[in-house]
Design a protein around this ligand. Structure first.
Ligand code: NAD
Length: 312
């Protein structure tokens, strides 16, 4: 594990609880000491950790914000270029391009566990953070079936359900269900913060609608700015709906459009089913396309799929 914050620290705890041999690096001594005090194998020596990973051909998990990737990938290229590599970053295309620029694409399969809290750091992590949560694993054209299986096994060991998706499709969806909510939460919190008495009256709607605005600003900026291309069209769509609502209010017309459309979409989400993907064999002809199509249709992997060459 490279990065022992909320996500890296939670993966470390969950992987260890599943019986895996896991060791990690963190740049701050404080977090390393806290992890060690909790009984984990952690170090602030990046090169030493990478050399150990290279010696054991360990699966390396990048669990740092986007701006920190450049430095870590440079060191991986030097010390552990042959290790299978994954990440937990909230954007996928930008990371894919970064990994490619370091010549590490061949052994890389991107990942994104869709779970978190507004807190940061080792102390915020917990072994059950990913239980039942979707964990996106990329099925881009280049991905190697062996590495893909390693990443799938890690996600399943952490209690997640695996959603296979292409990086570009992940980013378009994540823009809508994660990055746009962050911007709307910030706007909502900022607006209420300017109205006297608002905080005194605030209850469930405000708390739920602004929950993610409590996230560390650097993390929010890192994920929204790195996904600007996909975020812009969905932000335009949301602004369009709000502008229509504004016009309706100004003209004393009913708010039918935004309220009916939003309500219907939310009910569809509440009834959204997640069929289990069971028929795909990882590594077989067109396995990436089949997984991408199944993921697009809402399918999830709940138990390890067979891999070509590992059957009977
Ligand atoms: P965090 O702040 O809790 O942890 C970040 C970790 O990165 C820390 O260990 C920190 O020491 C390390 N780090 C930061 N800059 C570094 C640098 N320049 N060099 C070396 N290490 C550095 O954050 P987190 O929530 O665990 O986020 C980590 C990743 O997980 C991010 O890419 C984020 O997009 C992704 N993610 C976050 C959430 C969430 O809800 N917070 C959910 C899913 C994925």
């Amino acid at each position: 594990m490279l990065g022992l914050g909320l996500i890296g620290g939670s993966v470390m705890r969950a992987a260890a609880a599943a019986g895996r041999d896991v060791f990690g690096y963190n740049r701050s001594l404080e977090a390393v000491q806290a992890a060690v005090a909790d009984g984990f194998d952690a170090s602030e020596d990046l090169d030493g950790t990478l050399a150990r990973a290279a010696a054991g051909n360990a699966l390396i998990v990048l669990a740092v914000p986007v701006p920190a990737l450049t430095q870590l990938l440079g060191r991986i290229r030097e010390t552990a270029p042959g290790c299978p590599l994954t990440d937990v970053t909230s954007v996928k295309t930008a990371v894919l391009q970064e990994v490619q620029s370091f010549g590490l694409l061949e052994r890389f399969v991107g990942g994104h566990p869709m779970a978190g809290t507004a807190h940061s750091g080792w102390a915020a992590g917990n072994a059950r953070l990913f239980v039942g949560a979707p964990w996106v694993i990329s099925v881009d054209d280049h991905v190697d079936p062996g590495v893909w299986t390693l990443v799938m096994d890690l996600a399943l060991d952490c209690g997640a359900v695996v959603v296979p998706a292409r990086s570009d499709e992940h980013d378009a969806a994540a823009a809508t269900i994660s990055h746009l909510p962050h911007l709307l939460a910030e706007a909502l919190a900022a607006t209420a913060g300017e109205v006297p008495l608002a905080f005194a009256l605030a209850a469930g709607s405000f708390r739920d609608g602004t929950r993610v605005a409590a996230t560390a600003p650097d993390l929010v900026r890192a994920m929204c700015e790195a996904n600007a291309e996909e975020l812009l069209p969905v932000l335009d769509r949301a602004l369009d709906l709000l502008h229509h609502a504004r016009d309706a209010l100004a003209e004393h017309k009913p708010l039918t459009d935004i309220v009916e459309t939003g309500h219907a979409a939310r009910i569809r989400y509440d009834n959204f089913s997640r069929p289990e993907i069971v028929t795909v064999v990882v590594g077989e002809d067109r396995w990436r396309e089949e997984l991408a199509a199944a993921g697009r249709a809402g399918g999830v992997i709940r138990s390890a799929l067979p891999a070509l060459g590992s059957r009977g």
